[in-house]
Design a protein around this ligand. Structure first.
Ligand SMILES: [Cu+2]
Length: 182
């Protein structure tokens, strides 16, 4: 086995390992209300504030379909609990999976009479999951309320990802050069 071949294989293996660890970030399923499910006995706003929701994550609503439902609504309807308008989407299967597709705030209520006013409502602030923009370039969210935004280690992760990307690129072209030069 020549030196070139060994170098080629080394780069190939390193690139492959990098690739596998880089782009396959798993989306997370969050069961709303944890073990209690979607019910009248849970403080859902407190529940939602425990987590950092990222684009691609899934909210799982578990409930008895004859007792509750799930309405995705506007902020105004979220506040008023009057769902005669401002309804974006409704769910009533009792096993609803809602994928958080956008980096935005989502508002959910139960539209069974009295339940929303009784506390079956919460918002989730969904953040972008896999951007390459640095934290200084991120737009400042415009929000009428002064909601606090929990911090996490995203900026560091993005830094590492950026370096890995550059490294993969260098590895790839080195490999191509080595192959074409025999
Ligand atoms: Cu309900």
């Amino acid at each position: 086995m020549g030196a070139h071949t060994i170098i080629c294989y080394s780069f190939l293996i390193i690139s492959l390992m990098n690739f596998l660890s880089l782009d396959h970030v798993e989306a997370t399923d969050y069961t709303v209300g944890d073990a209690d499910g979607w019910s009248t006995s849970t403080n859902f706003q407190a529940w939602s504030e425990k987590y950092n929701f990222l684009v691609g994550d899934v909210l799982v609503f578990n409930y008895v379909s004859s007792q509750h439902d799930v309405y995705q609504v506007t902020q105004e309807t979220f506040r008023s609990c009057v769902a005669s308008s401002g309804v974006i989407k409704t769910y009533d299967s009792g096993r609803d999976r809602i994928t958080l597709k956008e980096a935005q705030t989502y508002w959910f209520i139960c539209n069974i009479p009295g339940h929303c006013l009784g506390g079956m409502k919460f918002s989730v602030n969904v953040k972008a999951s896999n951007t390459t923009t640095s934290p200084t370039q991120q737009p400042i969210p415009i929000s009428p309320t002064s909601e606090s935004t929990p911090q996490n280690g995203v900026s560091l992760v993005q830094d590492i990802r950026g370096w890995k990307c550059a490294f993969n690129l260098v590895s790839f072209w080195t490999l191509i050069l080595l192959i074409t030069n025999g």
